[in-house]
Structures are given as C-alpha cells and as structure tokens.
Ligand binder design. Structure first.
Ligand code: ZN
Length: 264
C-alpha cells in the first residue's frame, strides 16, 4: 500500500515518529508521500526523506496558509520542486470552511501553484473544503497537465465525473469509513484507475476512531472499506491503488517492490 498523503512532520509525531514509520512498514505500507504545506515544514520534510528512502515529498502552500506566505516564496518552491524526491505540488486549493485566509489570497496561491506544477511537469494535490464548485471550476479552466488528486475525496458521483474529465484521481482515506452515502455510491461507481489511498495522518482517523490520532499503519482500515464497496480482495485493492499512485506521482520504485527496510 502507498499512503499518498500524510503529515508525519506534525508535532503530534514528535515523540514517536520513527516508531510510527516502523508500524507503517510492518502494516504493509511500502511508500509514503509527506505533504509539506507551508515553508516551515519543508526543511523537516527533506530531513525525514533523507532518513527514509521510501518517503517522497509534496511541497506547496495550503489555502489556510495563503495569507501568511509571501509571494516570493513561489521562487523558493520552484527551487525545492526540482529535488529528486519531490513528486507533486500541494496541497493547494480552496478552503471556504475554515476561511483562515481571504479568498483572493487562496485563489492567487492556488493558481500560482497550478502554474508551477505545469512548469515543473508535476501533478497537484488538491485540498478543498466547502469549495468544491469553485475548486473544480479553476481546475477545469487550467487543466493541470500532469493531473492530480482530489485529496480527502468526500463527494458524490457527479464530482467523480468532473474529476475524470480533467484526468484527476480521488484520494480515499478515513472519510470512506464514516458511512457517507454519497461517497459510498461514488466509490462503488468510480473507475478503479482513479483510486489512490491516503491517511492524512494525524487527521481523519478511520473508524472506529479510537486513537485520537491517525497514522499510516491504519491505512488497512480504509482498504477494508474499499474492498467492501468494490467487491475486491485486499490484494486486488493493494495492487490497483499502488499502480495508480505509482503512475500519478511517477514514483521511481520497482514493480511489486516489497516493503523496504524503513530505517536505511
Ligand atoms: Zn493534508
């Protein structure tokens, strides 16, 4: 399994980050993508990646950070994006639920990062909350060339069709276990080649939500629900979602690679 979206640099992992990674590898997570969504996280994410060869990076400016990050950070981001371990730009998008940044700032950073992703030939990781229509409209206008993923996908079949229209995939995580009827229907009907796995650790622990912190080792809970919805075996779910993640992020990893020793 590949966890395509986690935040292991979060302070909630400061006490046991290496054990969290060990547990992930033991649970069958072979590779992870760390999302460094603000400038302060980037050096820590690079350091983590340098210790773990199966951890890749996605760098960007989260919509909630859009008012805090100066515009000239885009040039820094471009420099970082050339690093071999960086596989995507994001998470970027629009968050009208929290509204931590004025909407024009969010949109400016969103469009700038879509431009950067195209310039670098990288896919984009999209965060949206209470802004699905506005987010899809911008993506349909700019049509990122290397595609991307609607992270934390929690919408219905119509959104799947629009994502498909722009060559995007759906990031499935804890939300899939929360019993959302429209999402269940969307995933039942969605083409298998659109589905990738994610945890968004430390957020969005999958049911039964007993630990108050999510971690990549819990990805199996998402896979179990995906198997129920698609009628897949666990092996099929692993194979399909791993292939999709490898293709989207162009991960330089071997076919059928076994869990690498995480502490190399
Ligand atoms: Zn995230």
């Amino acid at each position: 399994m590949i966890d395509t979206h986690c935040h292991l640099c979060d302070k909630r992992f400061d006490k046991d980050r290496e054990q969290v990674l060990d547990r992930a590898f033991e649970a069958g997570v072979t590779h992870l993508i760390e999302i460094a969504y603000s400038p302060a996280i980037v050096p820590r994410a690079h350091a983590l990646a340098s210790r773990h060869p199966n951890l890749f990076l996605c760098l960007g400016v989260h919509p909630s950070e859009a008012a805090k990050v100066p515009d000239d950070y885009l040039a820094t981001l471009r420099d970082h994006a050339g690093h071999a371990r960086v596989v995507a730009i994001g998470e970027t998008g629009l968050d009208f639920y929290r509204d931590h940044a004025p909407r024009p700032d969010q949109e400016r950073w969103f469009r700038a990062q879509l431009g950067l992703a195209d310039a670098m030939g990288l896919p984009v990781v999209i965060h949206q909350r209470s802004a699905l229509e506005e987010t899809l409209a911008i993506l349909e206008e700019l049509r990122p060339a290397a595609g991307g993923v609607l992270h934390c996908f929690d919408d219905g079949p119509e959104a799947v069709a629009r994502a498909r229209g722009i060559g995007f995939k759906l990031g499935l995580g804890g939300c899939l276990t929360y019993g959302h009827a429209a999402l269940d229907q969307a995933v039942r009907e969605a083409p298998g080649d659109m589905l990738v796995l994610e945890t968004d650790s430390p957020y969005l622990e999958p049911e039964p939500r007993s630990l108050r912190r999510n971690e990549p080792a819990l990805l199996g809970r998402v896979v179990a629900r995906l198997c129920e919805l698609k009628g897949w075996t666990k092996a099929e779910a692993d194979r399909v979602t791993t292939a999709n993640a490898r293709e989207l992020f162009r991960l330089p990893i071997g076919q059928g690679s076994l869990p690498a020793s995480g502490n190399a």
